[in-house]
Design a protein around this ligand. Structure first.
Ligand code: PHE
Ligand code: NA
Length: 452
């Protein structure tokens, strides 16, 4: 079976992992969650989790993938056998697959909004529009299940096609074009925000904190976001790690991923909040934040239609480079386990997740409020699925940390890590004690409060 596919270059894992990490989580979710949760305190918990918990788990997850050279479910099975540990650890793979379905289902719907705005920009239909018109346009988009479903369908098909083409032609080829372009455009938007928005207000909103500002659900959201943004604890990184060159450094790569991802989130946050405060808009407006503020900026900017069009194409690029990493672990599993062809496996995964995505679609309109789902779960299906992922991803990460830290022996891990003893000891301390304690702390603090 396992053909031990590897990326073309030593550095391709880094490219693929950054492609997975940088996405809607940075450009859309990070700014809006920060806005909803009051700014600095949210960022503090988020950043601490990334560095004390995220990086060590990122190293662990990549290591498990590379050591098994299999998809997460089969990989965990393989590792429990070869290392003689309990089969219960296989739950890491299954939990990850469940997360992948859940995340892809709503990720694709939101990415679909970017298709809408790409179109609106390039046709110039928002040129000169004011805040009210743009807000109304966004509300109209959300009110249309047909339009949302159409975009959701287009996006998920595009992602599926790339993964179906395989890791070299599809995934590597796509990423080499998308990622550099994304960074250039992001800096352009930041430049515009600094020149035309209220940069000082944005910086003080993001970087002054009062920990008491953060609600208990905010703690969970901040931790969930730090896992989400690094694509952590659900098998995406493990699946890509399975193709990683044996000589690339696990530690250095993980640190680089976390730094690039955090930098992109901060730049996106600074750019968006400069525009928000400059235009006197509300920071806590929720999921529409990026989709309302940026079109407003583009509407007023010279060449805004073109720049805006390019920007939303790149949002799409960032989203696709992440969504493919949601499909890969499950598709690779179906190929390994059931001998499906890659296209068949992708099709199965994508269709199931697409159908689940319809729940997110109707969360914004037909089932927005006062309906049975709300009565049962106290929130919309979209919010409910997000809440599940806020729990599943840290939980997956916790299990990965425990498995790598406690179930595998010192020498087994050392062989795969190949760093010096000090680094190794630091990493091991973090995955054995710090990461589990931090995740448990946030769970105990916030989950009892999350009842809607
Ligand atoms: N990290 C991606 C983002 O920030 C989202 C993602 C989560 C992608 C999990 C893959 C796996 O947009
Ligand atoms: Na991210």
């Amino acid at each position: 079976m396992s053909t031990h596919n590897v990326w073309t270059h030593k550095g391709t894992f880094l490219l693929a992992a950054v492609g997975s990490a940088v996405g809607l989580g940075n450009l859309w979710r990070f700014p809006y969650l920060t806005g909803e949760n009051g700014g600095g305190a949210f960022i503090l918990v988020y950043a601490l989790t990334i560095f004390a918990v995220g990086i060590p788990i990122l190293i662990a997850e990549t290591m498990l993938g590379r050591n098994s050279r299999r998809s997460p479910i089969m990989g965990m099975r393989f590792l429990t056998r070869t290392h003689n540990t309990s089969r219960a650890w296989e739950s890491i793979g299954w939990l990850g697959a469940a997360s992948a379905f859940l995340i892809l289902s709503f990720y694709s719907v939101i990415a679909g909004w970017a298709i809408h705005y790409t179109w609106q920009m390039l046709t110039g239909s928002l040129a000169g529009a004011d805040a009210e018109t743009i807000g109304a346009g966004f509300d109209a988009l959300l009110a249309s299940p047909a339009l949302l479903t159409l975009y959701h369908t287009l996006f998920i098909i595009a992602s599926g096609l790339i993964v179906a083409m395989g890791i070299h032609k599809g995934i590597e080829g796509g990423l080499r074009i998308i990622m550099p372009a994304l960074f250039v455009i992001l800096l352009l938007v930041l430049g515009y925000g600094v020149a035309n928005g209220d940069f000082a207000a944005a910086a003080s909103f993001l970087f002054t904190f009062n920990i008491a500002d953060l609600s208990l659900e905010g703690w969970l959201a901040a931790m969930g976001q730090s896992f989400f943004t690094l694509s952590l604890g659900m098998g995406a990184i493990m699946a890509y790690g399975a193709y990683m060159s044996s000589d690339a450094s696990l530690t250095r790569t993980a640190i680089a991923i976390a730094i690039v991802d955090t930098a992109v989130a901060m730049v996106a946050g600074l750019a968006i909040f400069s525009l928000v405060f400059g235009a006197g808009l509300d920071a806590g407006q929720g999921p529409g934040l990026m989709f309302v503020t940026l079109p407003l900026a583009f509407a007023e900017m010279p060449l805004g239609a073109l720049i805006g069009g390019v920007f939303f194409i790149l949002v799409l690029g960032a989203a696709i480079s992440s969504s493919i990493s949601l499909i890969e672990p499950v598709a690779a599993f179906l190929v390994e386990r059931f001998d499906m062809t890659r296209p068949q496996a992708v099709f199965a995964m994508v269709v199931a997740s697409w159908a689940l995505g319809l729940l997110t679609v109707v969360s914004f309109n037909i089932y927005a409020e006062g309906t049975i789902f709300h009565t049962l779960f106290g929130r919309s299906a979209f919010d409910f699925i997000e809440l599940l992922t806020n729990i599943f991803m840290p939980l997956g990460g916790l299990l990965i940390a425990l498995f790598a830290g406690w179930a595998l022996t010192h020498s087994e891990v050392m062989k795969e890590m190949r760093t010096n003893e000090t680094w190794f000891a630091t990493w091991r301390f973090l995955v054995r004690f710090v990461a589990p304690a931090a995740v448990a702390f946030v769970f105990l603090r916030s989950i009892p409060q999350v009842e809607g």
